[in-house]
Design a protein around this ligand. Structure first.
Ligand code: C2E
Ligand code: MG
Ligand code: MG
Ligand code: MG
Length: 286
């Protein structure tokens, strides 16, 4: 299990903050600067096989390392970015950094370089006419990397622009990317999404598992969604697992992937590397 507070960590990344509304407004001017001056940071949260706990990939989650306010969570500045037309720039920045990390790990022959990496795109990003070209440039000739990259878009945003989004998904999948529907189940028309959207992965919103320890009804709902997802030959990732009891219940519903604080919080790249490296050792020796 990942430690919640690494004693030996110099960065206290658990102390990211959520800002009050008035503070958010003050940040407005800084955000443009932040992207240009590389004040953004990519954190990674491991994605594990729920049966074995083995890390199979990681989701990239952006933070803003503000010079005076410290680490700021995306929920505090992405809505602002969205309003100012900067959301696409943030997503581009994150994508490029993830590609950079993967390539570096591959060059150093680190096994972590072969895992899956997931990035989040805003609805706006998804609708950019130049998207494919931008991603191709970011891969810098390493087109084969697309196979290792999952692009997440929330169900809510997906539904907002169905037709164009479906075209984009098909184009991206043709390049090798996998597409995940994020926060599945709490957007609108989840069944219609399943029917219409040619995605590869369903990421179940954490709210479905919050109460499974106490509610067999809730557990049955998760089980049913999983069986639906299985029937459609999609991958399933359950988000937000925090307790061992939840994990035990979920293991009974069969093989699936999972993310959550129980396994690991989002961590800086070097820390992700350590988590993967140590696990390798553990599984080799046991
Ligand atoms: P998301 O994509 O659904 O990511 C999962 C969020 O849940 C992350 O919050 C993660 O830290 C948190 N989480 C993971 N495990 C647990 C758990 O066990 N318990 C609880 N309570 N929370 C958990 P975070 O990093 O604050 O990100 C929030 C949202 O911001 C993301 O939700 C995603 O929608 C958005 N986001 C993050 N990075 C990016 C990005 O680069 N681009 C875009 N467009 N959106 C991003
Ligand atoms: Mg996500
Ligand atoms: Mg999510
Ligand atoms: Mg979310």
């Amino acid at each position: 299990q990942a430690k919640r507070n690494g004693r030996d960590c110099t960065v206290d990344y658990n102390s990211s903050m959520t800002l009050a509304a008035d503070e958010v407004i003050l940040l407005n001017n800084d955000l443009h600067h932040a992207i240009k001056e590389n004040e953004l940071v990519v954190f990674y949260q491991p994605i594990v096989d729920i049966q074995t706990g083995i890390i199979v990939g990681a989701e990239a989650l952006v933070r803003w390392s503000h010079p005076t306010k410290g680490l700021i969570f995306p929920d505090s500045f992405l809505p602002l970015a969205e309003k100012n037309g900067l959301a696409s720039a943030v997503d581009k920045w994150v994508f490029e950094h993830v590609v950079g990390d993967i390539l570096r790990w591959k060059e150093e022959l680190k096994p972590i370089g072969d895992l899956l990496f997931s990035v989040n795109f805003s609805g706006k990003k998804f609708q950019e006419p130049n998207l494919q070209n931008e991603l191709r440039l970011a891969l810098g000739g390493h087109t084969e990397l697309a196979k290792q990259i999952i692009i997440e878009i929330t169900e809510r945003e997906m539904v907002l622009g169905y037709e164009g989004n479906i075209e984009t998904i098909e184009a991206l999948r043709a390049c090798g990317y996998r597409i995940a529907i994020d926060d599945f189940g709490v957007g609108h028309s989840s069944f219609a999404s399943l029917q219409k959207i040619p995605a590869d992965i369903i990421k179940l919103d954490h709210s479905f598992i919050d109460n499974i320890e106490n509610s067999s009804r809730d557990l049955n709902i998760v089980r049913s969604i999983k069986s639906l997802v299985d029937q459609l030959n999609l991958e399933f990732i359950i988000e937000g697992i925090e307790t061992e009891q939840q994990a035990i219940k979920l293991k009974h519903i069969g093989g699936t992937l999972a993310q959550g604080y129980l396994y690991a919080k989002p961590v800086p790249a070097i820390e992700l590397y350590n988590l993967v490296a140590n696990q390798k050792l553990k599984y080799k020796t046991s």
